[in-house]
Every structure is written in C-alpha cells, then in structure tokens.
Write a protein that binds this ligand. Structure first.
Ligand code: CP
Length: 309
C-alpha cells in the first residue's frame, strides 16, 4: 500500500487500511521481542531524538527501546537541564536538533497542537506525537488496538466500554477515533462532569451507569482519574468516585467473563481500578505495555525504514 502520512500527529485522517497495516507490522515486531537477541539493523544510521516536556514512563521508555531494538542512534532530551530553561523556544530547540541530523523527533508536550506545530516547522524530520495536552495520543491508541486485535481478532462489531475522565483524556479521544474506525462501537461512562459536551460528535454514546455500560462489552477501557483536576470540583471525592465508578470485583460481575480490561497507565489503584481487577486474569495492562514497544517499532520502521508499504 502507498503510505500517505508524513508524520504521526493524530489518527483523524487515518483510514482502516492504514490502521490495519500498522497492526500487521506490529505483529512482526512483536515476534522479534520473543527472540533472545532482539536487535535488528533496520534503522542503522538513523537518528531519533526523544523530546519530552512532560513526565512519561511507558511512552518514553518504549520509544527508546523500539529505537534501540531497530539499531537507531538515540538522543533523550528532557526540558530540565536544557536551554529551554534559558528561554529557548520549542521551534529553536527543534531546529537545533534537526541541524544536528535528527531523522525523527518524538515529542510529548502539555500544549495542544505542539506536535503539529513542530511538524510544520521541521523540514525533514518525521514527528511522532507522544501526547499533546488533552488532544491526542495516537501511538497509545494504536497499541490499544493492537493489544485487543492480537487477543480477540477483528474489531469490527466489538463493543468498547470506556469509563472515567474522558473530558481531559487525550487517550480517550484517540482511542474512540481508532476503535470506531476499526468498526467497534464505543460507549462512555463516568460522571457527566467528566464527559465532553458532544459525545456523539466523537462517534460514541453515553451511559452514566457503569453496570449497564460494561454489560456485553468485549473491552472495558478504564481511564486515569487525573488527581490534579480534583481542585476543579468535577466530582466530590476520590473515594466517592471509586464507590460509583471504580472498577472492582463487584462491577466486574456485570461484565462478560472474557471481557478484556484495559488501562493506558499509570493506574490509580483504588480509584478508577481496584487492585484485584488490575492484577486479575482479565487485565491486559501489562500486555498493553509490551504492545507499546511493538507498535512503536512498527511505526519507526514504516516511517524511517525506507519501505513504506
Ligand atoms: N500511557 C502513557 O502514555 O503512559 P506514560 O505517561 O507513562 O507515557
């Protein structure tokens, strides 16, 4: 297939064959992860800069591992200790790194549109969005699709119940788009104060009652309650949130015994998810982490490996 996307900024313009192609590529990369020696020379001589303005464990480490497994040269840049502290702009930082030969830049930034801005300013580097504000987290959505697809096969006709803070979640937005494009239906649940104004415009439906939302769901996707939003009075307390919407063994009984339980991490144990569910047999959380490496390898290979098909 002809690969028409120049960067990975969001999934809005991706079509199902694009998503499917990356899933297939990720499956090949996943096989590499089981080998005693995981390194292949696919990206030898390519330079990737990881530009993280916000905290991250999974995205940052999995991109770095993916780059190293594909033999790229890797530079990990972080805002602390950089010339950002002296007032250097994002554009000048990016131009500086591109002048040093960066073939790709992975960026996580708190500002909506930061990855898109970088893509417009850079002349040759490929930009991978590792999360921009509450807008988009496309590689997370791809790894979530891959995790589900690997476990249950084609996602057409599947039901995803997504519970939690949709309003502030870049993961929610990207996942709703990605699962919908694969033919799944998405029902959102959680306090109405944590829902976007127009759920339907996102391609989802809303059911305030989590018990009915999870019924018949193939995938139950829990979102992190952003404790930093507590001051905004979106719900009375974390305890009350857990009582009403926290996914625990009692709520799990309303779901199918084979439903997949997913969460992008980091998890708040005892808030949006109870430990017995997070660590239980239906949990895919650590599988998602592994998928993160395979998906990022697939993306790096498709965009930098020179074989765009
Ligand atoms: N899911 C996710 O983006 O996790 P990190 O913030 O640890 O990268």
């Amino acid at each position: 297939m002809e690969w028409k996307h120049r960067h990975v900024l969001d999934l809005d313009t991706w079509e199902r064959p694009d998503l499917q192609h990356i899933l297939e590529q990720a499956r090949s990369m996943d096989e590499l992860l089981d080998r005693p020696i995981k390194k292949v020379p696919a990206l030898r001589g390519k330079l990737v800069v990881n530009l993280f303005f916000e905290a991250s464990t999974r995205t940052r480490v999995s991109f770095e591992l993916a780059e190293k497994f594909l033999s790229a040269d890797v530079v990990n840049w972080s805002a602390s200790g950089s010339s950002t502290g002296k007032g250097e702009t994002l554009r000048d930082t990016a131009w500086t790194l591109e002048a040093m030969g960066a073939d790709a830049v992975v960026i996580r930034h708190g500002a909506v549109g930061a990855a898109d801005y970088l893509a417009r300013k850079l002349k040759k580097s490929v930009v991978f969005n590792g999360g921009d504000g509450a807008h988009s987290h496309p590689t997370q959505a791809l790894l979530d699709l891959y995790t589900a697809w690997k476990k249950i096969g084609p996602l057409e006709g599947k039901k995803v119940a997504m519970i939690g803070d949709v309003l502030h979640s870049r993961v929610a937005r990207s996942d709703i788009i990605a699962f919908s494009k694969m033919g799944s239906s998405v029902v959102l649940s959680g306090p109405a104060t944590l829902m976007p104004r127009s759920v339907e415009a996102l391609g989802a439906t809303y059911d305030e009652n989590p018990r009915s939302a999870v019924r018949d769901a193939d995938i139950i996707y829990l979102l992190r309650i952003q404790k930093e939003r507590q001051d905004e009075g979106m719900f009375p307390s974390l305890d009350e949130y857990h009582q009403l919407f926290g996914f625990d063994a009692a709520l799990l009984k309303h779901a199918r015994p084979d439903a997949l339980v997913m969460h992008p991490g980091p998890i708040n144990r005892g808030v949006e998810i109870a430990s017995d569910v997070a660590d239980g047999s239906q949990s895919m959380i650590l599988g998602q982490v592994r998928s993160g490496v395979a998906i990022r390898m697939a993306l790096l290979f498709v965009y930098l490996g020179g074989v765009r098909q």
